[in-house]
Design a protein around this ligand. Structure first.
Ligand code: SF4
Ligand code: SF4
Length: 441
C-alpha cells in the first residue's frame, strides 16, 4: 500500500467556521470532525467532492484557486475550454462573444477540451472488451477517489484511461512544440467547474503526469469574461468561432453523455446519494451484468459542479441545444495522432486502509481494534463526539486522534463509576465544541 497524500482544492477558513457540524454529516468518506468548535479536515480520505461546500451555511469552505495573472508568465497561453463554460452563459450571448472576450483578457489560443472525446469513446469500447466488467468510468475524479477510499473491491473495475482534458492538453503541447515553440513559453490552462478536477490536475490518479500548467475556477473566469463581454460593442467582435465538435462530444459531460455513447449494456448514475446507494449494492451483490457504468458525483453531472455559476438545468438545456446543431462526428485536426496505448493510465491504488496506518500490518491490527471498540459504543451516530458516526469515533481512537470518553454515553458511565469527574467531562465537551459554546448567556 503506497498511500501517498491526496492533493486538495478545498480549504476550511477557521475564522469563518461556526462549528455547526453540517459539513461532517454530509461527507461521504467521513473526512471531517469538529474540534475546538471548528471543522477539521482529515486529508487522507477527503475526495474533493464538494458536498461539505454545498452544506456550509457560512461559506467557511472555500476552493483555492490559482492566481489568474499566472497566465502572463507564458508567451503562449492556451485555454482549454469545456463546452460547459459556454453553456453557463445566457443563450443571447454567442460563442463568438465569449471567445472574443477570452482572447481580450489574455489567452492566445483556445481549444475545446472535448476535442479528444470521439477518439476516447472508441478507445473505451476497446478497453471494455479486454477488462473486468462492469468498467466504471474514471471521468469524474471524485468518484475515482470515492472508490479508492470506500469501495476498494471495485478498484479493478475503474477504467485506466486518461481523461479528455489530459489528452487534449497533450495534443496542444505537442502541436506547439512541433511548431518550434520553446517549452518554457507554453502555459496550458484549464477551466473547471469542480474541486475534484482541480485536485486531480495537481495529483492525477492513475500515476500519469499532466501537462496542464494551472487550473482556473469556472466561476471566477465566468465573471471576468462576462464583464468583458458587457464592455464590448457588437461591432468590436471580430472573432468567428466555429466549433468542430460532434453531438457526442458536447454531451459528454452531461448525465448519460458517456453511457449513451458506449457499446454494450451501460448505465448512468449521478448525485452523491444515488452513487453511494448504487455502489453499496454493487459491492455487496454480484448481480450487475453491465458493460459500462458512468458514475458522477454531482447531480446533473458537471453542470452541477460547485464552481458552475449557472443554473444546472438551464446549462443542460443550453448544451443539448448546442449538441443538436453539431455534426455526428467531430472534425478532428489532421495532426491529432493518438493511439490507444498513448492514453492508458497506470495503477490506481486503494486507500481504504490509509486511515488506520500507512503500514498495512499495523493498519489491519488497528482496524480489528476499532471493530472491538465499536461494540462498546451506542451506535446511534449522534455526532456529540464531533465525529459523524460511532464507527468514525472508534477509528479516531485507534489512530490516537480521539478518546473513547468523547462519546457522551461512555462519559456518563465513567461519571457514574467515578472514573471521570463532572469537571473532566465538561472539559471534554469544550475540547470538542469549543469553550465559547458553553459560555453563552
Ligand atoms: S470535499 Fe467531500 S470528501 Fe472532502 S471533506 Fe468535503 S464532503 Fe468530505
Ligand atoms: S458546515 Fe462545517 S465548515 Fe461550515 S460552519 Fe459548519 S462546521 Fe464550519
Amino acid at each position: 500500500m503506497k498511500g501517498e497524500a491526496f492533493q486538495h482544492a478545498l480549504k476550511i477558513e477557521h475564522d469563518v467556521c461556526i462549528g455547526c457540524s453540517r459539513c461532517i454529516r454530509v461527507c461521504p468518506t467521513e473526512a471531517l470532525r469538529v474540534r475546538q468548535g471548528k471543522a477539521q479536515l482529515y486529508p487522507d480520505w477527503c475526495i474533493d467532492c464538494g458536498e461539505c461546500y454545498r452544506a456550509c451555511p457560512t461559506r467557511a469552505i472555500v476552493v483555492e484557486s490559482d492566481d489568474f495573472n499566472k497566465i502572463f508568465s507564458y508567451k503562449h497561453r492556451v485555454l482549454l475550454i469545456p463546452c460547459l463554460f459556454t453553456g453557463q452563459f445566457p443563450q443571447t450571448i454567442s460563442e463568438d462573444d465569449i471567445y472574443h472576450a477570452l482572447y481580450q483578457i489574455g489567452f492566445t489560443q483556445i481549444v475545446e477540451v472535448e476535442t479528444s472525446v470521439d477518439f476516447l469513446a472508441e478507445s473505451i469500447d476497446q478497453y471494455i472488451e479486454n477488462n473486468p466488467k462492469p468498467t466504471i468510468s474514471s471521468f469524474c475524479p471524485a468518484i475515482v477517489r470515492l472508490i479508492q477510499v470506500n469501495y476498494p473491491s471495485l478498484i479493478d473495475n475503474l477504467m485506466h484511461l486518461k481523461a479528455p482534458v489530459d489528452i487534449t492538453a497533450e495534443y496542444c503541447k505537442k502541436q506547439l512544440l512541433q511548431k518550434g515553440v520553446d517549452e518554457n513559453d507554453i502555459g496550458i490552462f484549464y477551466i473547471t467547474p469542480c474541486a475534484a478536477k482541480i485536485a486531480a490536475v495537481r495529483a492525477p490518479v492513475g500515476e500519469y503526469g499532466t501537462v496542464i500548467t494551472s487550473v482556473l475556477n469556472m466561476d471566477d473566469l465566468y465573471n471576468k469574461t462576462y464583464h468583458q463581454i458587457k464592455q464590448n460593442k457588437a461591432s468590436d467582435i471580430q472573432c468567428k468561432h466555429t466549433s468542430e465538435l460532434s453531438d457526442k462530444s458536447i454531451r459528454w459531460t452531461l448525465t448519460n453523455g458517456e453511457a449513451g455513447n458506449i457499446k454494450g449494456r451501460c448505465l448512468a448514475i449521478d448525485g452523491m446519494d444515488n452513487v453511494i446507494e448504487f455502489l453499496d449494492k454493487l459491492e455487496d451483490e454480484d448481480t450487475c451484468n453491465f458493460d459500462f457504468l458512468e458514475i458522477r458525483a454531482c447531480d446533473e453531472s458537471c453542470p452541477g459542479g460547485i464552481l458552475a455559476l449557472g443554473n444546472r438545468f438551464l446549462a443542460v438545456e443550453h448544451m443539448k441545444h448546442m449538441a443538436e446543431k453539431a455534426p455526428a462526428v467531430s472534425q478532428l485536426p489532421s495532426e491529432f495522432s493518438f493511439t490507444y496505448d498513448m492514453i492508458k493510465a497506470g495503477n490506481i491504488e486503494e486507500r481504504s486502509m490509509v486511515k488506520y496506518d500507512k503500514d498495512i500490518g499495523k493498519a489491519i491490527e488497528k482496524m480489528e481494534r476499532a471493530k472491538k471498540l465499536r461494540r462498546q459504543l451506542p451506535n446511534i451516530d449522534c455526532g456529540a463526539c464531533g465525529a459523524p458516526s460511532c464507527e468514525a469515533l472508534s477509528d479516531d481512537v485507534v489512530r490516537g486522534e480521539s478518546k473513547i470518553s468523547y462519546c457522551i454515553f461512555i462519559q456518563k458511565q465513567q461519571e457514574q463509576s467515578g472514573d471521570l469527574s463532572n469537571e473532566q467531562s465538561f472539559e471534554i465537551m469544550e475540547e470538542i465544541w469549543g469553550k465559547h459554546k458553553f459560555r453563552r448567556k
